[in-house]
Design a protein. Sequence first.
Length: 411
Amino acid sequence: MKILAIDTSCDDTSIAIVEKKNNQIKVISSVVSSQIQIHAPYGGVYPMLAKRAHQKNLVPVLTKALKKAKLLNPLPKKSDAIRSDRSILHQAEIHKILEKDEVLRTLTINFLNTYQNPNQKNTLTKKIKVDAIAITNTPGLEPCLWQGINFAKALSLYWNVPLIPVNHIKAHLAANFLQKISCNFQFPISNFQNLYPAIGLVASGGHTELIYMPKQGTYKIIGSTRDDAAGECFDKTARILGLPYPGGPSLASQAKLKMKNEKLKIELPRPMINSKDFDFSFSGLKTAVLYNFQSQKKSAQKSKDYKIAMAKEIQQAIIDVLISKTLKASEQFKVKSIVTGGGVMANKELRKQFKFKIKNLKLKIPFFVPKKSLCIDNAVMVGVKALFSNQKVSHSSKAWQNIQASGNLDI
Ligand code: KG4
Ligand code: ZN
């Protein structure tokens, strides 16, 4: 089964093609168009700018992903007759689907008129096949989600392939099906059932969720952030310190630097680390950073040592809370594995300390973390999640019409 996957849930336009064959998952191509430059001046994602960028990026990203996968063949010049036939195919419906998105509509129709229908037999060029299109429909920024959904619907209609709606949070966890696991365990896909019950931690710019998975495909949220997400805390505190967006990587690279005055130490709170539940709260940490910053003289605020000391402590405070809550949940639910994902899990120090803590616990269970490029938003994870889904929706069905963007997390 070969899947074309699309994710536009936040500020990255991502498209990937993944395939499952003989119990192996293969990434055929993956293209991510980052919008960091656009949002950097705002210190966070600006939804309407992100939406506009998706409109412009979707077709170029799709073209690149299909070319990389050798799935795109321009029509030979002499087949103009086929081209003009096809230019009529579903054009009115596609127009309607992309009615409100003029830029995306024009680009999509041009694209479809330029390249062959991959599923159509008897064209002059090589036949190619995608079995389904996976699309993130929840959670995320609604205007952004809609761009991906409408684009996926237009392609689904034109290529006559079903859609598979995918939950972005479940996709972050599914990225783990792609690679080897830490703690010296190795599990081929056929053995993944042995890893349940499992605890999942998704820590990203929009979410901090602890999820109990009694078996594969079953999810129960046992803890969430009550205010800011872990990634949001990295982003906002970096901004206070005058470090560039996104804050996670900026703070992580500051934290690695050596200080002139090694004795300089800042102490920040670890919010809710000892609470009885599995919820998180990071806005207090952000406020503590702000107060500390405001209490410094201007010269101290700008000093290199102050920024390094702050970065070390912010990173460590977030690491301590994430690890402590996840391990507590793992013990309480007596799980057989810990599965993680989301942009914050790209943090090198967090990955290292998670592995170290698990190794030194009585709890000898495998700890999964995707490689860094699969922790931050990407469409590969959406395709992988779809490979395990049996929710294929054909465009002749009502369910297809009803695929909608939903900003809120509903697992
Ligand atoms: O999963 P993601 O790419 O997008 C969302 O679904 O939100 O996560 C983005 C978040 C940002 O807040 C970013 O600062 C954070 O992940 N992030 C990191 C690192 N790389 C990205 N946080 C800490 N350390 C990193 N190395
Ligand atoms: Zn994400």
